[in-house]
Design a protein around this ligand. Structure first.
Ligand SMILES: Cc1cc2nc3c(=O)[nH]c(=O)nc-3n(C[C@H](O)[C@H](O)[C@H](O)COP(=O)(O)O)c2cc1C
Length: 195
């Protein structure tokens, strides 16, 4: 938890953790997560977790997991919600993201009841829709049981990303997409407020 003093009041700043499904330096999904971090700075603090350094899930060590896994579980336990920003790989989620979710689904199962918002961007026509559909199925599994917004109207699935992101490091710039994302993020914060 993070607290800010404002005059006499004590305001709690919401804290979210982002899991980004691409390790690529110039990943459009990483740039989307960075856009969200910057754009919603006044609404919540967003920390992008390092899921690339997690070892492969191994049941032999799950009762005594590596420190990187414990650190990620701790961050998620203490967060108000989770953003998953991911590319679609072969109509599903990248292995690096599935591996993180597999770790998180075991032991203290820190995603149960946790509000999770999914988002993704792709260069193609479907903007990760198939991958996010699969991700939603994974998020309902017994070890995860995350709480999500209903999909209708709440999808952040950005197609033809090269036309909607700036050059180089610059994030999402397409106004219509940003406006839609603002609406969905506000609904997600409402969902968090109910938990
Ligand atoms: C292994 C692999 C599988 C992919 N499968 C899909 C796919 O099923 N659907 C799709 O729209 N794009 C697919 N792509 C293309 C990705 O959408 C594209 O590379 C995207 O930019 C990756 O996201 P990133 O920029 O965040 O790394 C695939 C790319 C890779 C490397």
């Amino acid at each position: 938890m993070h607290f800010d003093h404002v005059g006499e009041r004590l305001l709690k700043q919401m804290k979210l953790i982002a899991l980004v499904g691409s390790l690529r330096r110039e990943s459009v999904n990483r740039r989307l997560a960075l856009t969200m971090k910057e754009r919603y700075r006044g609404k919540f603090e967003l920390e992008i977790a390092d899921i690339g350094s997690l070892p492969y899930y191994d049941q032999d060590v799950e009762d005594n997991p590596p420190s990187s896994v414990l650190a990620l579980k701790d961050k998620i336990s203490n967060a108000d919600g989770v953003l998953i920003v991911t590319p679609e790989y072969n109509w599903s989620v990248p292995g690096v993201l599935k591996n993180a979710l597999d770790w998180l689904s075991r032991g203290d199962r820190v995603l149960i009841g946790k509000p999770v918002l999914t988002a993704g961007a792709s260069p193609g026509m479907y903007g990760t829709l198939r991958g996010q559909l699969h991700l939603r199925e994974i998020l309902t599994s017994p070890g995860i049981q995350a709480v999500t917004l209903p999909p209708a109207g709440n999808e952040i699935a950005i197609a033809q990303a090269s036309q909607k992101f700036g050059e180089g490091e610059i994030g999402l710039v397409d106004e219509r997409t940003l406006n839609h994302m603002d609406v969905v993020v506000d609904r997600f914060l409402g969902l968090i407020g109910k938990h």
